[in-house]
Design a protein around this ligand. Structure first.
Ligand code: R5P
Length: 292
């Protein structure tokens, strides 16, 4: 086995190489003056099982293109099998056509990865795992980041209550609640499919008095969802609110929005290169390693 580290591996390639005692080859990369990407694999991988590590956080299209070029180059060099580790899989939220005429982004992205030559895909908690499994024509392995997130969350809370910001996130909340030995529930969210605006509904049935609420989601993008969930949690009596998510994109003023909403701590994982040093990062490399 050989690991090929891409420009957006965020150090996970090096960690896997050390943990598994497997050779690491760094892909050479540059951007041509006109903006096009260039990739070269500088060593032979003939006959080897090759594990390519490349996340697809911002700029998503650039990182996705680099991934496709790495797969093509590795295949051309004669690898016996190609496994793509994509810690954050971009476009995963557009997993269906919400309105007529929309592109099914997830499906075309997964087709491109498969048709470029990737036999297997390993990714960390995509928005809907079943959609990834059904659209990727090769083998798919999903990494559950809960144990890594839980390790960090336990340092921050005393009397936890895990809260999912929508019904779709309830199963994730249940996994985390088991891991940190906490009760859990969910609230309800509506999203305007044209403006992207979210609205969290009132939850009179929930009593969060004295609780350290742990909001858990797959992604923090604009922060709108968790900011509203935090305000509602305080209205319901929460003592303190923290936020945890697998992929902390933190777009634009998301961090300020979350802190203004009273969120005391934000925990994410290293699937994304998070520039904001106040975000606590849980390493998921060991959870990926066991899938290889
Ligand atoms: C959507 O269903 C996801 O699970 C997240 O709740 C959403 O992507 C978060 O986005 P934002 O931070 O922009 O509200």
């Amino acid at each position: 086995m050989i690991i090929v580290g891409g420009p957006a591996s965020n150090g996970i390639d090096e960690k896997l190489s050390e943990m598994l005692n497997v050779k690491l080859v760094k892909a050479e990369h540059k951007i041509f003056p006109d903006g096009e990407s260039y990739i070269r694999i500088p060593e032979s991988v003939r006959g080897e099982e090759v594990v390519i590590v490349q996340s697809t956080y911002y700029p998503q299209d650039k990182h996705l293109m680099e991934l496709l070029l790495m797969i093509e180059a590795v295949k051309n060099l004669g690898a016996s099998k190609i496994i793509s580790i994509i810690p954050y899989l971009a476009y995963a939220r557009q997993d269906r056509r919400f309105k007529d005429g929309e592109a099914l982004s997830l499906k075309i992205v997964l087709n491109l990865i498969y048709e470029s030559g990737s036999d297997e895909l390993i990714t960390v908690e995509p928005h809907k795992p079943d959609a990834v499994i059904s659209y990727f024509k090769g083998n798919v392995k999903i990494v559950d980041p809960t144990p890594a997130l839980a390790r960090e969350i336990k340092k921050e809370v005393e009397n936890p209550f895990v809260l999912a910001p929508d019904r779709g996130a309830l199963e994730r909340a249940e996994r985390l609640a088991k891991e940190i030995n906490s009760p859990y529930s969910h609230i309800e969210k509506e999203r305007d499919r044209t403006t992207g605006e979210v609205r969290i509904k009132e939850a009179p049935h929930l009593d969060l008095h004295g609780k350290d609420v742990v909001l858990i989601d797959d992604i923090i993008s604009t922060g709108g969802t968790l900011a509203q969930a935090s305000q509602l949690s305080y209205n319901l009596g929460a003592r303190k609110v923290i936020a945890a998510a697998t992929h902390v994109l933190l777009v634009n003023d998301a961090y300020d929005k979350l802190t203004r909403a009273g969120i005391k701590s934000i925990i994410g994982t290293n699937t994304i290169k998070v520039e904001n040093k106040n975000v606590k990062i849980a390493d998921i490399s060991d959870l990926i390693a066991v899938k290889l």
